[in-house]
Design a protein around this ligand. Sequence first.
Ligand SMILES: [Fe+2]
Ligand SMILES: [Fe+2]
Length: 301
Amino acid sequence: MTVSYPRKYRNILSARDILKRVIQDRELHMMTLNRYRYNEQRSCKDLTELIERLNGQPKELIRDISNHIVEESRHALWLTDLLIDLGEDIGQPTGISYIDAFEKLIDQEAYTTQSNRDDIIIDSLAAINATEKRGCEFFSAHIEALKEAEQTEENIKIRETIERIFPEEAGHVRWGNRWLSKMAQKSPEHKEKVERAKRRFFAIEQAAYESSDIMMGAELRRIEHLMEISETMPLWERTQYLMKHIPETVFNPELQLFRIEMAQKAWQKDPKMFVEQFIPMFFKGINREDFDRMKQKNSNN
Ligand SMILES: [Fe+2]
Ligand SMILES: [Fe+2]
């Protein structure tokens, strides 16, 4: 079974484009590795919580998740070892957190109070699957970028660490696909729930991924994602979801601060690059298509 990656989103740079740039800036490269470390560590905590929620059943799934935790925890360890060997920081990463954004977009209350075990399994597997796919996309792009880069001792060491992690991440995606199709086979109702969960968590993941998008028009694109997420919900939940999330999307002080910080950093580092590359990249983030799509969507609803 092959691993399919999330579609490249319109104006957003692809993982390959991003990683090519990241590895050229050592500070950014190290921050990215520390972010990977953090995400791996955090997934151990989330998977442990899932085991607790499932409370002993089904045993086969709990054994699989326990094994999954072993693998995620060794990924965190390999990255921690790597960063310590390189003399780098292993503290809490700064900036907008992908995992926090992901969790914010899940309707936490409804999600954590679910009592039907199959619903918990389906939603959790769909959520894990969406984030694992993103992980694979990034690790694969990172390996490729490092292969093309200068073969310094440091770059080789980083590549070898990610190459050790990558096959296990691809295994996690395949494992999730297998379990989701197993759940879908239980009944037509299960099938429908699996499809809906896949759509919902795909949209949530895409929105969380783009939460660190600082380009012009990011808010507009986020609202569009919120609409996609809400479309997978029953009618009566839609309005509630949108009323809660649209204001925090449009008036997001964290995003404004992050924008200013990034612009300042880019300017201080290289004023020439700031004018020639950063500014055009920033404005490229919005175009006529975004407005037209939004208008179209609103008139359809
Ligand atoms: Fe991992
Ligand atoms: Fe994983």
